[in-house]
Structure formats: C-alpha cells, structure tokens
Ligand binder design. Sequence first.
Ligand SMILES: Cc1cc2nc3c(=O)[nH]c(=O)nc-3n(C[C@H](O)[C@H](O)[C@H](O)COP(=O)(O)O)c2cc1C
Length: 382
Amino acid sequence: MKNSTQLLLEEYHLGDLKLKNRVVMAPMTRGRATNADLVPTSLMAEYYAQRASAGLILSEGTWVNSRAIGFINVPGIYTEKQVEGWKQVTTAVHDNGGLIFSQLGHIGSASHPDHLNGELPAGPSAINPQTQSFTPEGFKDTLTPRELTVAEIKQTIQDYKQAAQNAKDAGFDGVEVHAQAGMLIPQFLSLATNQRTDEYGGSIENRARIIFEILDAITEVWNSTRVAIKFTPVMYTHVGIVTPDEETIPIFQYILKKLNDYDLAFVHITGPAQDLTGTPVEALQNDYFSHFRYHYSGRLMANLGFTQQSGDTILKEGKADLVSFGQLFIANPDLVERFKFQLPLSENDPDTYYTGEEKGYADYPGAVYVGAGAQSDEVDSE
Ligand SMILES: Cc1cc2nc3c(=O)[nH]c(=O)nc-3n(C[C@H](O)[C@H](O)[C@H](O)COP(=O)(O)O)c2cc1C
C-alpha cells in the first residue's frame, strides 16, 4: 500500500478549518505549569510547537476555575495571566503551521483540600469518588465532597463559558470539553456519584443535563463547529467508583442522539482498555466505535491505542473521521513525518509523564531523515 493512499495522512476539512492530516494529538496533562499561578510557560509553547505537524493538537486539560483544580502544575484558563501564557502556546503552534484546541476541564469531587485552600471539593452529591488526587505532597485519597448547589452548578456552567471566551482571546482555534471519566461531567452521569433529586439527578435526562447546558453556553461564544467533547464511556482505571454502570449505554445513546442537533467539530471517543466481558458495557465489546457511529451522525474522533495502520484502517472502514494519538506523541514530536516516511518510533519514559520539566517533555528529538525524498520513494515503492 502506498503511503499516499493513507487517509490518515490526507487533508481534512473540519468545518471552516483545514487540517493538514487526520492525525490528532490527544489531550495530555503533563504537569509543566510549575508556578503558583498555573500559567502556561515558554517550555510548554516549545513542546506544543514541536508537535505542530499534527492535523490538530488538543491541549492538556486546563481548569475552568480555581475550584476545578485537582492535579499539580496543570495550567488554568481562568485568569488574565493564564490567557497571556496560552498566547505564547497558540502563537508558537500557529507559527509552525499547526492548529490547537483548548481542552476545558473541571475535576469536581476528585479534587483534594490541598488544591482548594483547605476547602472540601464539591461534586454532584456528597459521595467520595474513591480515587486519588495528585497534590503537592504526592497522591492522596479523595474525601467525601460537598454537594454542589444548583446556583453553583449554574455558576460552573458560566465558568466554562468564560473559559471558552478566554480560549478565544488566547488565540485557540476551538475548544474541547473534557468529559473523561474522573472529571466533573462523568460524575454527574454516573449512578454511583450522582444521587441528586433535583433537575441534575435521577433520570438519564437530568444526569446528562449539565453537558447540554455547558455546550449551549460555550456555543454562545464559539461557532459549534469549533466546539468538541471528549468522552471515555468505558474507563476503569484511575476513576474510582465512576466506572460504567447499567445505565451507561442508555445514557450515551441519549447523549449522542441529542448531540446530533449540535453540529459540533467532533465527538471524541476513547475505546476500551480492557476486555469488557462481564461488565455492564459488555454489549460494546465488539466493533466498539460502530456503536457510536450508529447513534451519532456528526464527525467522530476515535482514540485509544491506535497505530498508523489501525488508525488508517478505522478511517477507511468509515467508522471514524479523525484519529487521536496520545502516548505516541510524547516521544515522537514529529509523529506525522514518522508515519509519512515510515521512520522508527521512539519510546516514552513514563516517569516523566507528569513531572521533570524539560526532561521527557521537550527534549525528545525528531527522527533523523537520511534524505526524506529517498525514504519517501522507498515507501511509495512498496
Ligand atoms: C500523560 C497522559 C496525560 C493525559 N491527560 C489527559 C487529559 O488531560 N485530558 C484527556 O482527555 N485525556 C488525557 N489523557 C488520555 C489521552 O488523551 C488518551 O485518551 C489516552 O492516552 C489513550 O490514547 P493513546 O492510546 O493514543 O495514548 C492522558 C494520557 C496520558 C498518557
């Protein structure tokens, strides 16, 4: 197969944006905003610029307000200083020909008082999510949080809207709502962590309400085709009790059906990292992404463990429109070129995922080209 026939490496029109290829860099928290104000740094700008050959970069999850924090050295997007810091990042990516969305997140009850000036975290209900929070003193068990009042939920939605406006002011090309398991939104979806009896709890419609209120608020700031959302419907690790339940499948069917009316940039779905046999989401085990394709008619981005080959295959099968790659981008800043010219992939150092400043972050070299033309010919002659 010729590389030139790879859909993965072909240009893609995402609304009014032209992506150079369909290789998207997945959002990855890297813990390099090592300053008290959680401001993005020039090192972060360098790191993202190195990866600008991706068709689109999704930034690491970034906090929408000071109550959203739950992990050390993760940047925010709720102060002027932070917006200024992000400007360096977006400028560096754009100067290198790339596009970047900001991932907007809130960790809800999975935070810890150490991040919140000693105050208790708040979530949908006063139920300990039973996970851990990375604090300045290391990983600590989560506690029983406080239940958010309706007024606080409404304020949080406004904070998402303001963060989306801040992302625009900082020069981002769009935003992705961070609804990965473990974050505030899935805490509302989960039967284990949401036992509210008001309009945000109980029925599927009520538990999913916050998603649509956030999207409605954000799309007042951004055209919907610049707004995306990322879900991990079948996640089991590092999420405590926010794991799939018997209503996960029906709630996602409801969400996807309703999202059909939004004309979003894309819905980003992470696949299963383990065998789902015997779990409440066993029915998704086979042909996972087709289930989402069936219920969602808009653009779909597939994620989890993709390689160049499996990424290209899922596009050719028509089961996704875009593919995101996380860990492969850590040690391979020029992942697209490596795919294009079939250059070897470098190994990541997991010890530096969330710490280490430049080490294991912006110091991974690009692959050495022994004459790109020759390599390209070699690939084409397969
Ligand atoms: C170091 C690291 C940090 C991550 N941080 C985030 C994050 O901030 N937001 C998010 O939605 N996903 C996050 N993820 C998950 C990735 O976006 C992606 O879903 C996951 O790595 C699976 O894709 P992969 O198999 O291509 O790596 C993170 C993953 C890694 C490895």
